[in-house]
Design a protein around this ligand. Structure first.
Ligand code: 0PR
Length: 366
């Protein structure tokens, strides 16, 4: 550290120039995060010093966390769901597998995940010493449920299905997984970190939530399609008591026990997440999701006119293509299979899509 502090002017000039090195979200087509909704930004600032790790000191903010869980629970057809606000999909997935592992209580537990699962499951299995068994995906990049046979056994602590896969934007057949989970009496976790804030707002949503009797827990991230500030995630469980197995004693806090992974945790993004949902309502969310889906369709149609076929028709706003070159000045990403991947987040407006397609056209003409 410096012996003497620097001037405010010097400090902010340094920080501003460093911040300018960030790419932000301009021409960024690879991110599952987006520019927070202006409401989220304002509310985040309002709750900046709150700590949900000691909820007795911040009962107001803690009640907003409860309300967020209730609202998202209702969105997922279970207003009485248990839950808390995590730091995002990774923490939610780790905590869900912790619950599943404790409930199974066998010497060598395994979890069965689709090959399309996010890498957070690898982290979770490493931390929790779980064997990760991978189910292949079908031609449409959805989990091949028939291939579950032989993978699920007496040591299976959890089956995982994905709603909105990171790479291809696909929704696994959660209804069929729910049947398998019930038949085998296995915990079923749904990773809807991305798609949980998309699918309920589609005109004809496939069932994936607590309406399906086999679903035990769901990850859903307001900091992705919920347009809240980072880090806003949620883990929901069918029964609030499922969290009890994670409780540790917290002698000197205002609450006596806590089940969260993080200790100190900010309420800022949590209040922001609730605020966005309240402000937009179902109607507002439907319209944002409809825009993202329309842009996804337009992008797919436009790319195909350049001889870049879709890898698959996505269930949510993630488009993938057989396409080697991408125009300069744009950030796209690549799937593990080498497909070009574009996430049509809310900051990827229609004019951004059209500008990208124009640049693709020029690239093609060369
Ligand atoms: N589950 C799914 C289905 C996900 O897509 C992700 C993240 C997670 C879990 C983990 O969530 P957290 O990162 O919140 O813990 N998916 C994106 C990814 O890893 C996240 C991302 C966001 C990546 C912005 C890049 C980026 O610029 O690809």
């Amino acid at each position: 550290m410096r012996e003497r502090g620097c001037s405010e002017e010097e400090l902010f000039s340094f920080l501003s120039s460093t911040r300018r090195e960030d790419l932000g979200y301009h021409n960024i087509l690879s991110s599952m995060c987006t520019v927070p909704h202006p409401i989220a930004e304002r509310v985040h600032a309002m709750f900046i010093e709150t700590n949900l790790g000691d909820p007795g000191l911040f009962p107001g903010t803690a009640s907003l966390e409860d309300l967020l869980v209730e609202r998202i629970g209702a969105l997922l057809h279970h207003p009485g769901a248990g839950g808390y606000a995590t730091s995002g999909g990774t923490e939610s997935n780790i905590q869900a597998l912790r619950i599943a592992k404790k409930r199974k209580d066998v010497a060598s537990p395994n979890v069965v995940v689709p090959a399309s699962a996010h890498f957070s499951f690898e982290k979770a299995c490493d931390i929790l010493s779980l064997e990760m068994r991978t189910v292949p995906v079908d031609a449409n990049y959805r989990m091949d449920v028939d291939a579950l046979d032989g993978l699920v056994d007496a040591n299976t602590a959890c089956i995982v299905g994905i709603v909105g896969t990171t790479e291809y934007g696909m929704v696994d057949p959660i209804d069929r997984l729910s049947e398998v989970a019930e038949e085998q009496d296995t915990f079923l976790h749904v990773d809807a970190a991305f798609g949980g804030m998309v699918v309920p707002f589609l005109p004809d949503p496939a069932p994936f939530d607590f309406l399906l009797p086999g679903v035990d827990s769901i990850s859903i991230d307001p900091h992705k399609m919920g347009m809240s500030t980072i880090p806003a995630g949620c883990l929901l469980t069918r029964d609030v008591r499922m969290f009890n197995c994670l409780n540790v004693d917290t002698p000197y806090l205002t609450v006596k026990q806590e089940c969260t992974l993080a200790g100190t945790r900010s309420g800022a993004s949590v209040a922001a997440a609730l605020a966005v949902l309240e402000y937009l309502g179902m109607d507002g969310m439907r319209s944002i999701v409809a825009g993202c889906m329309e842009n996804t369709r337009r992008l797919v149609e436009g790319m195909e006119t350049f001889g870049c076929p879709r890898a698959v028709t996505p269930d949510v706003n993630v488009a993938t293509f057989v396409c080697d070159a991408s125009p300069p000045g744009w950030r796209v990403s690549r799937t593990r299979n080498g497909h070009m991947r574009i996430v049509c987040m809310p900051h990827v407006h229609r004019d951004v899509i059209e500008a990208f397609l124009r640049d693709m056209g020029e690239l093609n003409a060369q």
